[in-house]
Write a protein that binds this ligand. Structure first.
Ligand code: THU
Length: 134
């Protein structure tokens, strides 16, 4: 892992530890590095009204945008278990709003990076702001 990725991983693991997931018991952490080098992290936050829960990636995006930033440079997620944990479909679209298609997204387990994708690989033929002229 590069030092930059290690910093993202550490931030995501720290956020994962704060996950509020009493229903699924599936803790997820996400970290975003923006183009100016700042890292924003978030965890999944579940709700007794299940659909109201928030994914870790959405939490990290909320932190980033609330801090006044909008340009994603790199993303890393971490979850437990043996299976490769990648961003859900909804989060891929949420990332698409603020990340170029070439953005690297690292899917991690507790031991480190398991696989790296570009956003374009995870969300091919996608719809984005430019379709609406933004
Ligand atoms: N989850 C995430 O936080 N990110 C994903 O991309 C996949 C799923 C969360 C949502 C829910 O709290 C738990 O994992 C089980 O689905």
């Amino acid at each position: 892992m590069t030092p930059e990725q290690q910093a993202l991983f550490d931030a995501a693991v720290a956020a994962q530890a704060k996950s509020y997931s009493p229903y699924s018991k599936f803790k997820v952490g996400a970290a975003i590095r923006t183009t100016n080098g700042t890292i924003y992290a978030g965890c999944n936050i579940e709700n007794a009204a299940y659909p109201q829960g928030t994914c870790a990636e959405a939490s990290a995006i909320a932190m980033m945008v609330s801090a006044g930033e909008r340009e994603i440079a790199e993303v890393l997620t971490v979850c437990d278990g043996d299976l490769l944990g990648t961003c859900c479909g909804g989060c891929r679209q949420k990332l698409r709003e603020f990340a170029p298609l070439s953005t690297l997204i690292h899917a991690c387990g507790p031991e480190g990076v398991r696989r790296t994708f570009t956003l374009d690989e995870l969300l091919p033929f996608s719809f984005g702001p430019e379709h609406l002229g933004v």
